[in-house]
Design a protein around this ligand. Structure first.
Ligand SMILES: NC(=O)CC[C@H](N)C(=O)O
Length: 181
């Protein structure tokens, strides 16, 4: 079993290191043809605008979209989630290309700048009932996006409640947002 990790920018080394610790072969993906050798894909956290520019430069978008369409498991953390969203708001001027495939709308940098990054324990009842394990998962929100809307085919595993009045970049009246972790 080989797991690809998109290795253009961001925390790809950390993902490869964890896979190694788990005894799983991690493959750094930088070229479209490398996706043919893996059955799973992780798109790591980082900076999605930069990652998108590099993906465009390496002509990776068509192969990434193809990979997602095959239904092989893909996991996106933070910037990776932004990559996978069908729609993103809060983008830099000129926008950014997305891979898409995940029926949701994300808001980049929803909680503010780097200094507003934080950690929180999130209740994960679905995971506990299916897999057992601890009641909570420690969420790390590093200049994190929020998921503002999800389509009917998306299962939400954890939620982090946000008061819109406390949020610097809030542009909606939505009170409960789901975040990536
Ligand atoms: N931790 C992260 O991956 C942050 C994502 C970043 N704010 C972005 O828009 O790409």
């Amino acid at each position: 079993m080989a797991v690809g990790v998109l290795a253009l920018q961001g925390s790809f080394n950390e993902h490869i290191a964890v896979l190694r610790r788990l005894g799983v072969k991690g493959v750094e993906i930088r070229k479209p043809e490398q996706l043919q050798d893996v059955s799973y894909l992780i798109i790591p956290g980082g900076e999605s605008t930069t990652m998108a520019k590099l993906a465009e430069y390496h002509n990776l978008f068509p192969a990434l979209r193809e990979f997602v369409k095959t239904g092989k498991p893909v996991w996106g953390t933070c910037a990776g989630l932004i990559f996978l969203a069908d729609k993103a708001i809060g983008q830099k001027t000129g926008g950014q290309e997305l891979v898409g495939g995940l029926d949701c709308t994300v808001h980049r940098n929803y909680f503010g700048s780097q200094i507003q990054s934080f950690e929180a324990d999130l209740l994960v009842p679905e995971l506990v009932s299916k897999e057992g394990g601890p009641e909570t998962f420690r969420g790390v929100f590093i200049r994190a996006p929020a998921v503002l809307e999800v389509g009917p085919g998306v299962d939400v595993l954890a939620e982090y409640p946000v008061s819109s009045t406390n949020v610097l970049y809030s542009s909606s009246a939505v009170q409960i947002q789901e975040v990536c972790f």
